[in-house]
Design a protein around this ligand. Sequence first.
Ligand SMILES: [Zn+2]
Length: 182
Amino acid sequence: MNEERLWAPWRLGYVTGNEETAGPLPEPNGWLADADHNCFLCRAAASYNPDTLADKRLLVADRGDHSLVVLNRYPYNNGHLLISPRRHVGDLWQMNREEHVECVELLARLTRVYRECLNADGFNIGLNLGRAAGAGLPGHLHWHLVPRWAGDNNFMPVLAGTRVIPQSLEALWELLVGALGK
Ligand SMILES: [Zn+2]
């Protein structure tokens, strides 16, 4: 795919100097054991004290005991999420039972939230295991959850090679934190 993405809302935070979304990401003061300090999912799984907007800056929508929900900074479509175990593991067999259960339960919950809050018509859910399969972060496995709407893949991408991402990441983050916190 060679699509350009029109993504004005997200860039606006940088352009306007919004302090909540601009600048370097916060440094954690509690990495998990065996965390890879260069891995953005490990950074999201780390602890922050005091929590100076860390979750919002890192786009973490939810943290379970064993799992994470993070917004994809470079979404394929509006609402694109990454669901992962907190531990830095790259293969399914390295996950323990609690991690498996939590991740699948999160996927189920998120599809319900998206159907109710964003009127999603369907979903693509997938896992790229290993670089050969297209994983951009092969050391820390994660499911991609991409909500779909009837007709969302015609017109703009076909005509212009351009996909429109209508909702800003900040707005999506706030929606998810509200919905998942219920
Ligand atoms: Zn990691």
